[in-house]
Design a protein around this ligand. Structure first.
Ligand code: HEC
Ligand code: HEC
Length: 487
């Protein structure tokens, strides 16, 4: 349902006073995105206060460090090629292909540190022809453009598809002799308007996001209901059909947990079969392209330390790749904003709230009251006498309600995931946005101003808020942009 623009005016009148004060100071020049914040990456390290284990007080930190190695390690078809060496990282082992998007989690999740988002130089160009492969780089992949995965909207018979179609095949690679499957015909799919794109989302701090109880998500969602109805914002949660709980990961909040995401990414992005996704996507159709016993990632059955040399974390050594990936993300700290924000950025945080950005980008969330098992319970969750309420919550500032909203024709991707339809997306968490290069689900812009303006289009729930933004005096717009780049 499109919204009547005239109904915004009453609401805007109430904001005019709030922002008016800022208009007096500052030049009336055009506002602009200050660009990617320089300085050290404010992300990539472990949570403070990780679990300690009796005789091994460093166990939490050690598992994080070892799991980080898995996340950055590089895979080949049979494990025989060590492509990690050139990057100074570990050889991940076998499992790449037959179809894949890249050979390393941290290749896509790279900026501003391993675990993050799309790097400045897209590794999907070089990998197309690595080790003799003869893939053609699709037109939507460029050296200085974002990392992308592609989904097809419809199957050839016209029924909904929505699945990831990998960019590349292993045919021609020196470690895939005899494999001759062909790459998807992306130019044809593009000509048929049948391809949509997704860029990587950052994985920092996601253990805390897993730890938010459904009740707390619903409470935060309902707490700004009056503001939402004033602004024409609605939204709803995506739900896991298996257990009825709220799903929260991915651009449409389509995925339940970090373990689920790891299992799926391992198979879909790289081709590596694992205990959650034990079958190759085209197992029987390409016998000449199968080189390993499955699943390629498997719990260690032996009693001997499988890793040589050991990583320093027994828990990591005996865990599967997908457990290691999820542990790295679960134990990682949220991105940190600048330590001392500029006066403009401080004013911008007020603008953010005044014009209604936080109707969707909810500033604060809280983890469940019963604490998080991977945190040190003695300092995180002080022991209390039985019957009294322990205070174990962690407060986080993800700037998301983790709900999905109708973003209109302009952002629509025509793909349904769970109960999120082709126009609905999760309010993108804005923590760490100061150090991200590409914006929106398909990475269509590097300019924060454009990212904000693209929220508005017919049927978008964000139209009233973006109208408020458009009516801001230039200095207030600049303050808002400075605030976002301080995160
Ligand atoms: C080819 C690039 C690529 C590779 C390789 C890759 N990812 Fe991703 N990742 C993406 C994209 C694209 C998305 C967004 C997917 C979506 O929501 O449609 C994503 C999203 C995620 C998310 C969701 C984060 C959030 O904000 O909810 C997690 C978790 C994740 N990836 C983990 C992994 C792990 C673990 C690996 C390695 C096994 C991996 N990814 C490898 C591209 C990649
Ligand atoms: C109706 C809910 C809603 C409102 C209101 C809203 N946003 Fe968003 N925002 C979203 C959604 C959903 C996305 C992801 C859309 C996509 O990628 O297609 C998003 C994405 C973004 C992004 C890009 C993030 C990324 O990771 O690429 C920025 C920046 C942003 N919003 C800032 C703002 C600002 C500033 C305001 C206020 C002027 C605002 N938003 C208001 C829902 C909202």
């Amino acid at each position: 349902m499109s919204r009547d623009r005239s109904s915004y005016s009453a609401l805007l009148a109430s904001f005019a006073f709030a922002v008016g004060a800022f208009a007096l100071s500052g030049p009336a020049s055009a506002q602009q995105d200050p660009g990617v914040r320089g300085g050290p990456p404010g992300a990539g390290g472990p949570l403070p206060n990780l679990i300690t284990c009796g005789v091994n007080p460093g166990c939490g930190q050690a598992f994080f460090t070892a799991a980080q190695v898995f996340f950055t390690s590089v895979f080949s078809v049979t494990g025989g090629i060590d492509d990690g060496a050139a990057l100074g990282v570990t050889n991940g082992g076998p499992g790449l292909g037959p179809r894949f998007n890249l050979n390393q989690c941290a290749g896509c999740h790279a900026q501003p540190a391993a675990g993050g988002t799309s790097p400045r130089v897209n590794p999907q160009v070089a990998i197309a022809t690595l080790h003799g492969a003869n893939n053609v780089v699709p037109p939507f992949i460029t050296k200085n453009g974002p990392v992308r995965e592609a989904r097809f909207v419809l199957n050839p018979d016209g029924t909904p598809d929505g699945q990831v179609h990998e960019l590349y095949v292993i045919s021609g690679r020196s470690d895939a002799p005899g494999c001759d499957i062909e790459q998807e015909d992306f130019p044809a799919a593009i000509a048929a308007n049948n391809v949509i794109y997704r860029i990587p989302t950052p994985t920092f701090g996601l253990g805390l996001v897993e730890g938010i109880s459904d009740l707390n998500l619903v409470t935060a969602f309902n707490s700004n209901q009056a503001l939402k109805s004033q602004l024409g914002v609605s939204g709803h949660f995506n739900i896991n059909p298996d257990d009825g709980t709220i799903t929260r990961f991915g651009w449409k909040a389509q995925e339940k947990s970090l373990l689920m995401f790891s299992g799926q990414a391992y198979l879909v992005e790289m081709g590596v079969t694992n205990e959650l996704f034990p079958n190759k996507r085209d197992n029987e159709t390409t016998p000449s392209c199968q080189f390993n016993v499955l699943p390629e990632d498997m719990t260690i059955f032996g009693t001997q330390d499988p890793v040589s040399p050991p990583t320093g974390s027994t828990a990591s050594d005996f865990s599967t790749g997908i457990v290691n990936f999820s542990t790295f993300m679960r134990l990682s700290a949220p991105p940190t904003p600048v330590t001392s924000a500029s006066a403009s950025a401080v004013r911008g945080s007020v603008v953010f709230n005044n014009i209604g950005c936080q109707a969707c980008h909810v500033t604060q969330q809280q983890t469940a009251v019963n604490g998080l098992a991977f945190l040190n319970s003695s300092s995180n969750c002080p022991p209390t006498p039985a019957g009294s309420s322990a205070s174990c919550e962690v407060t986080l500032n993800p700037y998301s309600d983790f709900a999905v909203h109708n973003m209109g024709y302009g952002l629509a991707d025509r793909v349904t995931q769970g109960v999120a339809n082709g126009q609905e997306f999760r309010s993108a968490p804005l923590w760490g946005i100061g150090q991200r290069i590409f914006f929106l689900h398909d990475g269509r812009t590097t300019d924060l101003v454009q990212a904000i303006l693209d929220h508005a289009s017919p049927q978008s729930e964000a139209n009233a808020v973006i109208n408020n933004y458009n009516l801001l005096p230039p200095q207030s717009k600049q303050d808002l942009l400075d605030f976002l780049r301080s995160l």
